[in-house]
Design a protein around this ligand. Structure first.
Ligand SMILES: Cc1ncc(COP(=O)(O)O)c(C=O)c1O
Length: 360
């Protein structure tokens, strides 16, 4: 037998992996109820699902032909949606793939990234996989990015600063002023706008004048095609060209591309669903605010962070799961007393609120 462990790159031998979600059937089995009865609010997924036009496009796409490695057609469609030239755009198998590509392009082993805790765990995970150092800069009491502390954390080895806006899981937006301040450091600044459509605030307008800015977006949330994996980035043509050069040639599969294109063409209908989710977010937030024992954080995303009494979050999570309601817990010590609940349809919120009532 080969001693595979000796061949594995040392930093990957015991790497701490990403805490991902189990699929619905596994959650259902755990709760002991049929899959169609679980209330899955742990992945910020879209309760209204994809556009019917996306389903039709996927059904009609020829599956035996490779996708266009240069993504010509979909970059044109994205260009119309974002109102920025196709040379500034690149599509990926989810925004996650684009985060991975940013690491591949800029971060060598021993380099450093700046991450603003608490936030989306993907940046730190990919830093670990890349054997990079992570300067973890705490967000302030309101979970805002502390730009001065971020600048202070930068050293010669620092290549990329990650900002999530709206931030997952806290739901707050980072202002253009802070982003501009960070761009002045000359490091690559990634602003992950996965939840842009739920708040309408973006820094994409800074791209033409800032060649170190990378804005990431996804169709997982507003367009309801998380399962197909489609995200895109907006950036200087220089970075876009280099990312195009190093990506897997056929990174976006034909079904994802067809669904993305149909979704962009049907954006008004999908954005009407976003409107329903935003209205439901406000209703959910009010109901949570009125519930003793829970402190919700105002959110610009399709989720709400909820704080419960010290030491009880794990129990609340398990009790909810036992009732077939699944929310998200976090590793960050600052969120030890918190869970995140996605905004679903009104019936999802009702089921969640009913299950939560009496647990807190
Ligand atoms: C902030 C943030 N960025 C990126 C992603 C991943 O998006 P995608 O599904 O396009 O990979 C998520 C998913 O939850 C997210 O919350």
């Amino acid at each position: 037998m080969t001693d595979i462990d000796r061949l594995v790159r040392p930093h990957l031998a015991e790497v701490r992996t990403y805490g991902s979600m189990d699929p619905p059937e596994v959650l259902a089995r755990r709760a002991g109820i049929p899959t169609d009865r679980i209330v899955k609010l742990n992945g910020n997924e879209n309760p209204y699902g994809p556009s019917p036009r996306a389903r039709e496009a996927v059904a009609a796409v020829p599956l035996h032909v490779y996708p266009d490695p240069l993504q010509r057609s979909i970059r044109e469609s994205l260009s119309e949606y974002t109102e920025i030239g196709p040379e500034h755009l690149i599509a990926g198998a989810g925004a996650d793939e684009l985060i991975d590509l940013v690491f591949r392009l800029f971060v060598s082993p021993g380099d450093r990234i700046v991450d603003c805790d608490p936030t989306f765990a993907m940046y730190a995970f990919l830093a670990r996989v890349s054997d990079a150092e992570i300067a973890m800069v705490p967000r302030d009491d309101l979970f805002d990015v502390d730009a001065a502390a971020v600048k202070h954390a930068i050293d010669d080895k620092t290549k990329v600063i990650f900002i999530t806006s709206p931030n997952n899981p806290t739901g707050n937006v980072t202002g253009e002023r802070e982003v501009l301040e960070l761009l002045e450091t000359g490091r690559v600044v990634v602003v992950d706008e996965a939840y842009f459509e739920f708040c309408g605030r973006t820094v994409a307008g800074l791209v033409p004048n800032h060649d170190n800015l990378v804005v990431l977006r996804t169709l997982s949330k507003w367009a309801g095609i998380a399962g197909l994996r489609f995200g895109y980035g907006i950036m200087s043509s220089g970075i876009a060209r280099r990312l195009m050069d190093i990506k897997q040639p056929y990174n976006v599969n034909v079904a994802a591309e067809a669904a993305a294109s149909a979704s962009l063409a049907d954006a008004p209908a999908l954005l009407a669903n976003v409107g329903k989710i935003v209205a439901e977010r406000e209703r959910l937030f009010s109901a949570l605010s009125a519930m003793p024992g829970v402190t919700p954080t105002p959110s610009h995303g399709n989720f709400v962070l909820c704080q419960v009494a010290p030491g009880t979050a794990g129990e609340v999570y398990e009790d909810l799961a036992g009732k077939g309601v699944f929310v998200r817990m976090f590793d960050s010590p600052r969120l030890a007393d918190c869970f995140r609940v996605a905004v679903g349809a009104p019936s999802d919120s009702d089921a969640f609120l009913e299950a939560l009532d009496g647990l807190v």
